[in-house]
Write a protein that binds this ligand. Structure first.
Ligand code: HEM
Length: 186
């Protein structure tokens, strides 16, 4: 069987395509009595996915991605994320839709900006937002509810870096769960 991914102009998403790895990650995550700071390493894979048409009016250019992060201390994978990045040439909008194994799904939206250094993509989503929202099962809703997500990602040549904040309502408080890393093209 042969499947053909149409040749399209990936615009600002083109610079992401390929495999990336980086071992300078830092995660700050919630603990019942405080917070944990975990250095991590990570791999990201972005691949061409062609285009989709929505309601015969919107044309989106699509990349599929997967990222895996492991704690340096014990090499245990502690974050996994699968999703899509889309770019609408007409509006310039970028949407990042993804799920994580905890049973949380995010559809975050924003823009891509191309400058002399490369590309900057900023997206965000909030629980209950009509435009870009978050879905989670009842356990997570009641015990570790994701309130919002923001990610700023920069690609410059063979370097990709990001910073993100996931606000989580957990252990009776609202916690800024943050992650950042810099990866290089493999
Ligand atoms: C590189 C990215 C990320 C890393 C390395 C990471 C890692 C962690 C770690 C270590 C914890 C503490 C609990 C545990 O050890 O499993 C945690 C908790 C949590 N993370 Fe993340 N995370 C990342 C991104 C995200 C994202 C994007 C979301 C949601 C959109 C998210 C949602 C949560 C939630 C809801 C919790 C609380 C669950 C709990 O502690 O029981 N995380 N994360």
């Amino acid at each position: 069987m042969t499947m053909i991914v149409p040749e399209v102009d990936y615009g600002p998403l083109a610079s992401l395509m390929g495999n990336w790895a980086g071992d300078g990650g830092m995660d700050v995550s919630p603990e019942p009595d405080g917070e944990d700071h975990s250095p991590y390493y990570e791999m990201m894979m972005f691949e061409a996915c062609g285009d989709v048409d929505n309601a015969e009016a919107q044309e989106l250019i699509v990349l599929r991605y997967h990222l895996v992060a492991a704690r340096k201390k014990n090499d245990k994978v502690f974050h996994n994320e699968s999703g899509y990045l889309t770019w609408c040439q007409a509006s310039g909008d970028v949407v990042q839709s993804f799920v994580i194994p905890r049973g949380v799904g995010v559809v975050a939206g924003g823009k891509a900006e191309e400058n002399r250094q490369g590309v900057v993509i900023e997206v965000s989503a909030s629980l209950g937002d009509d435009d870009y929202g978050i879905v989670q099962g009842p356990f997570m809703r009641d015990n570790a509810s994701t309130q919002s997500f923001t990610r700023r990602l920069e690609v410059s040549g063979n370097e990709l870096s990001y910073k993100q904040t996931t606000v989580v309502d957990i252990y009776g408080r609202v916690f800024d769960h943050t992650d950042e890393n810099t990866l290089t093209r493999q």
